[in-house]
Unconditional design. Structure first.
Length: 550
């Protein structure tokens, strides 16, 4: 037990060390704590309101007793899947607390697995989640004391289940997805699952499937599904208050048994993953065959051209940035599924693309790692580096967005009418303008706001302190990109106020494109200057990031 507690103390010692080393990490943790506190307060306020029962909500007691049980069955599944995907996609298997780091200490597998699990349960997300779910018990106070007590008991059970499933999925992903191609596919699938989970409520509401349903129809459709979900680890903990309300203590015990069995299975599989990882640790991937010099053969022979060629090769092999290729297409498909035949809804997806396509480039030097160090040793100028990167990302974004615009024109048929043509061209040019502005800002922010990224060989790993920075710094990039497009925003508001004036629609596109190109030019110039001034400091930062990936 002392070893397990030592691992927990080590987890927090590393956290405090990261905060002392970097003021930005401290800011990130404070922001995270504020968001966690806000989530707890918001959920508590909702629980207090719902806890008023039929008298407060104006709903019959019989119906109000059935609705929460069905709703919580689906909420439990959604929350569990959401947390697991978030763990895989953002948090990952912390590199500093990875099992391989403890190989030299001879810690028994079961002890090490227990320590890593308890270390995860002692973190801010787990603590905030437990407190929030325990306070959610106030929503059941109108049902009597038994459901409230059951909800309080269910809170830590749910969090342990979430953490156990997350740890298992991460361990299996790290172990079983051994090839570079497999990592790319799995990483992209994880991102896509996350996006789809976020859009499930909108897709259901906007699909029209449940239009015209009455209360009896909802109960007939969802009750059997909820009954099945309530016996799965994804939702069992969220059903305990309703078993206590009905006095169904045998199902109550059965669901607790399902949760306990889930913990045991996850723990044993985690131990198996530890042992298996040691067995395959010595394996090396087969050497691949390289034909010619790749992108270096067709990109201009210049310093900036060499940067472009190297970046093209990196992007083809980098699972961490592979989502860049699919996210715009997924965004268009999601908007199309909710458009109800209104083409303007589909077209506006192009205007949002630039905000998300280039978030990785806002931390591009961290993704480059040792490649940038070689540039510094070769004496590459900052403006050549920025031009080389802009050439690749700008060309990619332009071709991708224009191709999507052509597909949308073909599917919607807007090319047949003048208004449709004006709408499509306006949104396409605004999308390009946003892409260029976001790219220009990325070339500046990547020189000053950097955070550690996982190793290219281990895209599911997470250097200590990365999760907070990854959530905070991209927000700065998105907000800054929006502010840079303020002139275009003024014209867009004018278009909306004039009910889609054709003249203004034809003018909005060129204004947006000019706005974006001006921001891009400024970003390349300023980014090049910052890179020249800070290249030594950036090399030191990248060296510290590399130490977290070992």
């Amino acid at each position: 037990m002392s070893t397990v507690l030592t691992i927990v103390r080590l987890r927090w010692a590393l956290t405090w060390a990261a905060m002392r080393k970097s003021p930005w990490q401290t800011v990130g943790y404070v922001v995270s704590a504020v968001f966690a506190l806000g989530g707890v307060v918001g959920l508590t306020a909702a629980a207090v309101f719902l806890g008023g029962g039929p008298a407060t909500l104006g709903v019959e007691a019989a119906m109000l007793g059935r609705i929460p049980r069905i709703a919580m069955a689906f909420v439990g599944v959604f929350v569990t899947l959401f947390v697991v995907v978030i763990q895989v996609m953002i948090i990952g298997e912390g590199s500093t607390m990875a099992p391989g780091r403890f190989a030299l200490y001879g810690i028994p597998d079961r002890t090490l697995q227990a320590g890593l699990l308890l270390a995860g349960l002692s973190g801010l997300p787990a603590i905030a989640g437990t407190v929030a779910l325990a306070l959610w018990s106030l929503a059941y106070r109108w049902m009597g004391p038994a459901p409230v007590i059951a909800a309080i008991v269910a809170a830590p059970l749910a969090v342990v289940t979430l953490m156990s499933l997350s740890k298992l999925v991460i361990s299996l992903a790290t172990l079983l997805v051994a090839t570079s191609r497999g990592r790319n596919v799995f990483y992209v699938v994880s991102i896509m699952v996350f996006v789809l989970l976020c859009q499930v409520p909108n897709l259901v509401v906007n699909s029209g499937v449940i239009d015209g349903f009455g209360a009896a129809d909802y109960f007939a459709l969802f009750t059997p599904i909820a009954d099945v979900l309530a016996w799965t680890p994804l939702s069992a903990a969220f059903q305990l208050p309703f078993d206590a309300l009905a006095g169904a203590w045998l199902p109550f015990a059965g669901r607790v048994a399902v949760l306990a069995a889930t913990w045991v299975v996850c723990f044993l599989l985690g131990v198996w993953c530890l042992r298996r990882e040691r067995l395959v640790a010595g394996r090396t991937a087969g050497s691949g065959k390289t034909k010619g010099i790749g992108a270096f053969g067709w990109i201009p022979d210049s310093p900036s051209g060499a940067i472009s060629a190297r970046l093209v090769i990196y992007l083809r092999r980098d699972a961490r940035q592979s989502v860049l290729y699919l996210m715009p297409l997924v965004l268009v498909v999601l908007f199309a599924m909710q458009s109800h035949g209104i083409s303007a809804v589909v077209w506006q997806s192009l205007t949002w693309m630039g905000l998300f396509m280039l978030m990785c480039e806002a931390n591009g030097l961290a993704y480059d790692g040792g490649g940038f160090v070689m540039q510094v040793l070769a004496g590459t100028r900052g403006r050549d580096d920025r031009r080389g990167r802009v050439r690749v990302y700008g060309a990619f974004a332009t071709v991708y967005l224009v191709a999507l615009a052509a597909v949308i024109f073909a599917v919607t048929g807007d090319w047949r009418t003048a208004d449709g043509l004006a709408l499509g061209l306006m949104c396409t040019l605004i999308g390009l303008g946003v892409c260029f502005a976001a790219l220009g800002l990325a070339e500046v922010l990547s020189c000053v706001l950097m955070y550690p990224v996982p190793s290219i060989d281990r895209p599911f790993s997470s250097p200590q302190g990365r999760a907070v920075a990854q959530g905070f710094f991209p927000f700065v990039h998105i907000l800054g990109s929006v502010l840079l497009m303020l002139p275009t925003g003024i014209v867009a508001i004018a278009v909306a106020l004039t009910a889609g004036s054709a003249v203004l629609m034809w003018a909005a596109g060129p204004v947006a494109l000019a706005n974006g190109l001006a921001a891009l030019a400024l970003g390349v110039w300023l980014g090049g200057r910052l890179l020249d001034a800070r290249e030594t400091a950036i090399v030191r930062i990248l060296d510290s990031f590399a130490s977290l990936q070992k």
